[in-house]
Design a binder for this molecule. Structure first.
Ligand code: PXP
Length: 239
């Protein structure tokens, strides 16, 4: 039985579009937990475009399941992680100009650096996951750097045009998952997964956890708008 961890970044994205105090990502996290989520994920980006330091503090104080902090493997973030102590850190690549995380971490490009970051985080009692492309070589290097978990990047699969490409990209994911399982790593998957393209993963029981944000927040807007409008209509109708 796989677990679901919910990424609440885009609740904060809507808040930041107005620069005010709603919607509150911390409330969304609590409701996600009440709905059965097994974990809450947030990405503290260098530019604080959605989640900010205050959100992270409050999430640490309130999340009852498991708090997974996505972050770049840079000094500022390592320091924040060691102070905040999320249950898990997921190391991701980060570019200022990107709309969202664009690819997996190229662990092979600098294993010494990533190994040192892992040692520091684990020294602080934090589990470490590496977000990697579905490439068995990256999975192996993540393992040798001391990763506890690999999160396999499903973004390319989610962007596949047509069934043939989707099958081919899913098979790459399956091969990377197989290698991670052989190495005894914890296995997650995420990025771009939605209510349709997730179905194929029923054939991959080795994936223990799914990390999903955008499609859940997008659906929340659509399934919630009717109720939200009814509530405002009720307020104004007798004016
Ligand atoms: N996993 C990682 C490492 C991510 O960076 C993101 C996006 O923040 C996700 C999962 C969730 O992706 P999505 O929002 O497309 O569900």
């Amino acid at each position: 039985m796989a677990r679901l961890a919910v990424n609440i970044d885009h609740v904060a994205t809507v808040r930041e579009a107005r620069g005010i105090d709603e919607p509150e990502p911390v409330l969304a996290a609590g409701l996600a937990e009440l709905a059965g989520a097994d974990g809450i994920i947030c990405h503290l980006r260098e530019d604080r475009r959605h989640i900010n330091d205050r959100d992270l503090q409050l999430l640490r104080q309130t999340v009852k399941t498991k708090l997974n902090l996505e972050m770049a493997a840079v000094e500022e973030m390592v320091r924040i992680a060691l102070e905040t102590k999320p249950d898990l850190v997921t190391l991701v690549p980060e570019k200022r100009e990107e709309l969202t995380t664009e690819g997996g971490l190229d662990v092979k490009s600098n294993p010494d650096h990533y190994g040192q970051v892992v040692d520091r985080l684990k020294g602080g009692g934090i589990l470490v996951s590496f977000f990697v492309d579905p490439d068995p070589g990256q999975v192996e290097t993540a393992r040798s750097c001391g990763a506890d978990i690999v999160e396999i990047h499903t973004g390319h699969y989610s962007e596949a045009k047509g069934e043939t490409e989707a099958v081919e990209r899913f098979e790459r994911i399956a091969r990377a998952v197989e290698r991670a399982a052989e190495l005894g790593l914890g296995i997650s998957a995420g990025h771009g997964l939605n209510y349709f393209n997730i179905k194929r993963f029923s054939s991959l029981p080795q994936v223990e956890e799914y990390s999903i944000g955008h499609s859940i927040v997008a659906r929340a807007v659509i399934v919630g708008i009717e109720r939200a409008v009814r509530e405002m209509v009720a307020l104004v109708k007798d004016f």
